[in-house]
Design a protein around this ligand. Structure first.
Ligand SMILES: [Zn+2]
Length: 298
């Protein structure tokens, strides 16, 4: 009896897309950075989560923003600031409309950034807020048309909480632009905690700069990763509060500028000799480096 014909090979890309389809992922990601969400999501859906779920984070981010866009109403709040949300599940009232520009303007003023670029705030639809989302507490993306701040639904309802998330995430937009991406995680998150007026907590679990930066990379989808990164936020905030006590907002603003105002010799040290640029910036503004700072803030 002849064995049955093997079934013809069917590419499983639509469900089990592999990260090996790098070219197509690049297209999905390029569309994502243009904030063309329907296009980005259509490509991502065809690719799936990637081999071993390697592209899951990207997939979930694209999915969340695309579903939000599908149902969105877009409201211009100021010349440079617009909000998108699903009007069936979220009401954008006057308190929200006040909190968002107050947060962006306060952070920009405190950190010395005269900003004129556009900001889009997306209140993500509730269904995409799930434990497997890699950035469940909100995030900010430097997109081509504007800085996009994505706020999870549950953080958007209460205007005070919306202010807090906006101030935190918008800080990342400011630091990215002012330092041209050179800021280390600990300083970036510590500044964001200061700007959101986080309560002054202290941690006994004290890490050195390298370990502290690495702790922010912990996968927050599991409990242990979440608690490691939680402790990293507390430590970073404690260190930045120390810097704030030394020189106020003014020196923090100078510190951000100091990442890029370098002469040729500074740039040689950073680019060729591998000195962390935060080391150079701290010395320039405060006269001490990370080691001394981490010791003093403890
Ligand atoms: Zn942050």
């Amino acid at each position: 009896m002849p064995s049955p014909e093997p079934r013809p090979y069917a590419p499983l890309t639509s469900r089990y897309g592999s990260i090996g389809q790098g070219g197509e992922w690049r297209e999905a990601i390029e569309a994502y950075y243009w904030d063309r969400m329907p296009e980005s999501f259509a490509i991502a859906q065809a690719l799936g989560a990637g081999f071993g779920g390697a592209a899951l984070r990207w997939y979930r981010m694209i999915e969340g923003e695309a579903l939000t866009r599908e149902r969105a109403r877009i409201e211009e709040i100021t010349d440079t600031l617009s909000v998108e949300f699903d009007p069936d599940e979220f009401t954008l009232d006057e308190a929200h409309k006040g909190a968002i520009p107050t947060a962006t303007e306060t952070v920009a003023r405190r950190l010395g950034w005269d900003f004129s670029m556009g900001v889009r705030v997306a209140i993500l639809v509730e269904e995409v807020d799930a434990p497997w989302h890699g950035a469940r507490f909100g995030y900010c993306v430097d997109k081509y048309p504007y800085e996009k701040v994505c706020v999870p639904f549950r953080s958007a309802v209460d205007p005070d909480e919306l202010y807090r998330v906006m101030a935190h995430e918008f800080t990342h937009a400011v630091t990215l632009n002012l330092t041209q991406g050179r800021i280390p995680h600990w300083l970036d998150e510590g500044l964001a905690m200061l700007m959101e007026n986080a309560p002054a907590r202290r941690t006994g679990n004290w890490l050195d700069p390298e370990a502290l930066n690495a702790a922010f990379e912990a996968d927050r989808r599991d409990e242990e990763g979440l608690s490691r990164s939680g402790a990293a936020y507390v430590q970073s905030a404690q260190i930045v509060r120390h810097l704030h006590a030394v020189g106020g907002d003014e020196k923090l603003a100078q510190l951000l500028r100091a990442f890029t105002n370098n002469n040729l010799w500074d740039e040689i040290k950073i680019n060729l000799l591998g000195e962390p640029s935060v080391e150079e910036a701290l010395h320039e503004v405060y006269g001490f480096g990370q080691r001394e700072l981490f010791g003093a803030a403890r």
